[in-house]
Design a protein around this ligand. Structure first.
Ligand SMILES: Cc1cc2nc3c(=O)[nH]c(=O)nc-3n(C[C@H](O)[C@H](O)[C@H](O)COP(=O)(O)O)c2cc1C
Length: 220
């Protein structure tokens, strides 16, 4: 299984989402010894900002792009290729101001690309190209936003991830949300990490027991 593993926390060695995504990878490797990892750290590999040239280039047919337009799309093209080459996807991030951290938003802006990760059809629909890949989002939150809690309605992270990745074909992604990890008593924080690790271990076992269903027509 080829797994694209993306971390997005700015907190380096002190990051909970990084620790949890590493935990999942270790568990998964125990079930799939041949696991291969393509790793992307969005805190150290800072993506170029979206510019006017980039936006113009994305909506210009490939054959008509100028050399400058092609240059502006290079990093985004490469990221799309890495996604399309993967058989499974793991994205780990903290919640920042109720939604995704800016580094991960930059990644999303780079990978939702017409003609690459989604294709418009002649009858006005859009077909996402990432179908069939097992996908996991690991998110960490300072407060508890589970259903029934006072902050539950503030979760703008889960729907944003579902929408952006659903558009490019990711169906039924798994979510492991570790919460509360900051604004809570020590015992509650420890319980949240234990719960998250239990969910991750169970999911790794599940992924390990099913064959990747993806047929990579793009694979060369
Ligand atoms: C800039 C910033 C904004 C944050 N905003 C929120 C928030 O809106 N809701 C929340 O529950 N926690 C928020 N937090 C707390 C983090 O989500 C929480 O500490 C998380 O565990 C950090 O994960 P990490 O260790 O992987 O970076 C914020 C933290 C930072 C640094």
């Amino acid at each position: 299984m080829r797994l694209l593993h993306v971390d997005a926390s700015p907190k380096g060695a002190n990051s909970n989402s990084r620790a949890l995504s590493r935990f999942f990878v270790d568990q998964l490797r125990a079930h799939i010894p041949s696991l291969s990892i393509d790793y992307l750290d969005l805190a150290s590999e800072v993506l170029p900002p979206i510019t006017e040239l980039f936006t113009g280039a994305t909506y210009t047919p490939e054959a008509e792009r100028t050399p400058e337009m092609r240059d502006a799309l290079t990093a985004s093209d490469a990221l799309c290729r890495r996604l399309l080459d993967a058989e499974a996807l793991l994205f780990a991030m903290p919640m920042h101001n109720w939604t995704m951290p800016a580094a991960f938003k930059g990644f999303v802006d780079a990978i939702v690309r017409g003609g690459l990760t989604y294709v418009p059809t002649e009858d006005g629909r859009f077909v996402g190209m990432l179908g069939g890949r097992k996908t996991l989002f690991v998110t960490t939150r300072g407060v508890d936003l589970r259903p029934g809690t006072p902050f539950a309605a503030m979760d703008a992270l889960t729907p944003a991830l579902r929408a952006a990745f659903g558009f490019i074909g990711v169906a039924n992604p798994a979510f492991v949300d570790a919460q509360p990890l900051q604004f809570a008593r020590e015992t509650e924080r420890a319980d949240a990490l234990t719960r998250a690790k239990e969910e991750l271990a169970a999911l790794a076992e599940y992924w390990g027991n099913i064959e990747p269903r993806v047929m990579l027509s793009q694979a060369s």
